[in-house]
Write a protein that binds this ligand. Sequence first.
Ligand SMILES: C=C(NCc1c(COP(=O)(O)O)cnc(C)c1O)C(=O)O
Length: 379
Amino acid sequence: MKFATKAIHAGQEPDPTTGAVMTPIYQTSTYWQKSPGDNKGYEYSRGTNPTRKALEDCLAALENAKYGLAFSSGMGATDAVLKLLSPGDEVITGNDLYGGSYRIFTKIFTKYGIKFHFLDLSKPENMLPYINDKTKLVWIETPTNPTMQIIDIEGVAKITKEKNLILTVDNTFASPYLQNPIDLGADIVMHSVTKYIGGHSDVVMGALVTNDEQLYKDLWFIYNACGATPGPQDSFLVLRGIKTLHLRMKAHCENGERIAHYLKNHPKVDKIYWPGFEDHPNHDVAIRQMRGFGGMISITLKGADLQETFRISSNFKVFTLAESLGGVESLINHPATMTHGSIPKEEREKVGVIDNLLRLSVGVEDIDDLLEDLENALA
Ligand SMILES: C=C(NCc1c(COP(=O)(O)O)cnc(C)c1O)C(=O)O
């Protein structure tokens, strides 16, 4: 099946009891057992729920994989991957990450003896000097949040396979519609489903997808034992959102491209970060591994201090100043004080997350309204 058909049908046979075409919301915590252990495959909803299972099967199908697990947030999914590790293990990751990922790495798992190396992964070979017998996991985002670095998934995967490391790719910014890391050699794909996959800013959820049966079993054990699993109502909402993912991503890409080119030469814009430009450092990698460049764009404002940046970010009428991304509505965010506030200033400024950087999540509103909003706000 092609992507659009999977988005609408994968994991969602008509309900076996009633024939309901839309997956029912199984709002139950527990299930009848004919005798202890003799059940219909469901015992307790923390571990298994039919609505969530339909979603997990759909998410796996969208990433061309066998196994999917849904979590109560993207950070819940990240937490589960890190729980595969033991004290003394080491992780290689990028130097530009979502602030919450940086925070869980440095403030939570460092306490449990995990060591993290934050590297410039613009070239996969940059990892090599940091790989040793304690290295177990490589965690990458691509495109990265918020400076849109592009990391060569296939190039990194070649090294992780050779060194027998687990490669996890946070595919949130691209979505499965634009990029499938498992096809490129990743062992696990992670998503903040909260974003493009849910697509309507009405659910917080995460997901992990893998083709590796042992990884799936180990991750399911953590998911059931630690309990960061979402309920059936949210699972239903995300199944509903996924049905238009292909249509929404097309609109995000179209609007994103128009706005990127509008901002590229804007007198108030100093730097612009968007993988679709030929002068993006890894544009050739983006073209190779992505089917489009999405709706995420970051800019720095020429000559603007923090106060001027705040003024401009509060000047929009259609773009909403808020955290998150990937919904139908356009959002604007100030990473330095909002989504990346947990990253020390000296660390985030090394990769360009400076006080006058703004991140745009371009929605699917009419492009003329979005361009007019930008024109007025930047005037
Ligand atoms: C809330 C925001 N990011 C969440 C996020 C997460 C965390 O997902 P949550 O569903 O918010 O827990 C993980 N990975 C990436 C790349 C993300 O962007 C944001 O950047 O506005």
